[in-house]
Ligand binder design. Structure first.
Ligand SMILES: [Zn+2]
Length: 182
């Protein structure tokens, strides 16, 4: 019953250039479980077999099939009230994350996000790590960036987390364009 939500958001992320082949991942909370996209799943073409339901606190038989970012998704559900998570690679936001420790979206363009922390300075960023830092930052923010890698956004619905991702990316795109003409 969740399949169409995953398909819509996955397809939107791909067509808007927020993920490329086999990266990015989505999940929703179902009580003490979560449903997360499969390891290596192509978000533009999600099928029933690409949705893996496993525990937020414990493994089951199919846990090894889940996205490599499962530890981060689990930590977020353990430490926040998130009901859905979108992890994407928005290109302009990732570009700015290489030089900024915090990204403040232009208030003329976007009012729903304040400062967005950039996590992962001074460490080698490997997918599936930094879970405590990411989840901790998402207790105070609805979207964070991992330096040089991507965004994690939370919401009550996948659509809400997707909208935050797009809003941040659109603001970062304008920031990059402004830098290029100054
Ligand atoms: Zn990623």
């Amino acid at each position: 019953m969740f399949l169409s939500q995953f398909q819509t958001i996955g397809n939107n992320l791909f067509t808007r250039g927020m993920v490329s082949s086999e990266n990015g991942n989505l999940s929703i909370r179902t009580g003490d479980n979560l449903v997360i996209t499969r390891r290596g799943c192509r978000l533009e073409d999600i099928s029933e077999n690409d949705l893996i339901e496993t525990g937020i606190y414990k493994n089951n038989r199919i846990t090894p099939l889940a996205s490599a970012e499962l530890p981060v998704h689990r930590a977020i559900y353990q430490m926040t009230r998130a009901q859905a998570i979108v992890h994407a690679h928005p290109p302009h936001a990732v570009t700015l994350s290489l030089t900024e420790r915090e990204i403040v979206p232009n208030p003329e363009l976007i009012s729903e996000i304040c400062a967005v922390p950039v996590i992962g300075w001074g460490v080698k960023v490997i997918p599936g790590t930094l879970e405590a830092e990411i989840a901790g930052a998402l207790r105070k923010n609805r979207i964070v960036l991992v330096r040089g890698h991507g965004s994690f956004a939370i919401g009550q619905l996948l659509e809400e987390a997707y909208n935050l991702t797009m809003a941040l990316e659109e603001s970062c795109q304008v920031s990059c364009l402004l830098k290029s003409i100054r």
